[in-house]
Design a protein around this ligand. Structure first.
Ligand code: ZN
Length: 226
């Protein structure tokens, strides 16, 4: 539909205003549903609302980022992400045995997850097995080794602000300090599907310091995130 700009009288086809393509240094919002090979839903943006991320800044897994490249708002696509472009292959090397006594007064249970400093940096470890006095820890991401099937819809594409480029993540309506998308879900802190491990564990999306996020919030100037 033509839009008449009052001062100039130039008629612009409004559909042309929304054709920015997903590329490096754009902030992209997508809705997604993630399924495994069997068609089971692993995660979905759903009620959290669209996930917003800074394209080209490793906010999301490489395979998904590649799949979104070049799309425009309104586009839908099925994106198949193999493990090597997702959360990596499952590695037996990331299993580790520790004595039960390492947990001190805490009682470990199978399935329990926690952050720990390892020789590979900060990782989320899952207790995989408890056998007598021996506990098997698994440093693989819960989605390691899985082929991921994303159904995505691009909601919006805009140019990133300089501060967003400097911080390496989007501000305001989602990604940074909550309100939707990656930042708010409990699952995101554990490296949920929308985020890379680095971003979710240390970055702005982390839910580990909710107080800091609220106080330093995006809306009040600084993002509160480094
Ligand atoms: Zn920021």
């Amino acid at each position: 539909m033509p839009v008449a700009l009052p001062r100039t009288g130039i008629a612009v086809d409004s559909t042309l205003l929304n054709t920015m393509r997903v590329a490096k240094e754009t902030v992209v919002a997508i809705e997604y549903t993630l399924k495994d090979d069997q068609g089971n839903i692993i995660d979905a943006s759903g009620e959290r609302g669209p996930m917003e991320y800074l394209h080209g800044a490793q906010n999301i897994i490489p395979g998904l980022e590649q799949g979104v490249e070049g799309l425009v708002a309104g586009d839908t696509k099925n994106v198949l992400v193999p493990p090597q472009l997702g959360y990596g292959e499952y590695s037996e090397k990331l299993l580790q045995l520790v004595p039960l006594t390492a947990f001190g007064a805490n009682t470990p249970q199978v399935g329990m997850r926690f952050h720990a400093e390892t020789n590979l940096g900060m990782r989320v470890l899952t207790i995989k097995k408890i056998d007598g006095e021996e506990v098997t820890l698994d440093g693989n991401h819960e989605l390691a080794g899985k082929t991921l099937h994303f159904d995505i819809k691009v909601v919006s594409v805009r140019a990133a602000e300089p501060t967003e480029l400097a911080h390496g993540h989007p501000h305001q309506s989602g990604g940074c300090c909550g309100g939707g998308g990656c930042g708010s879900g409990e699952s995101s802190s554990e490296g949920g599907c929308c985020s890379t491990g680095e971003a979710s564990e240390g970055g702005c999306c982390s839910t580990e310091e909710p107080a800091a996020q609220k106080q330093g919030g995006c809306g009040s100037g600084g993002c509160g995130c480094s």
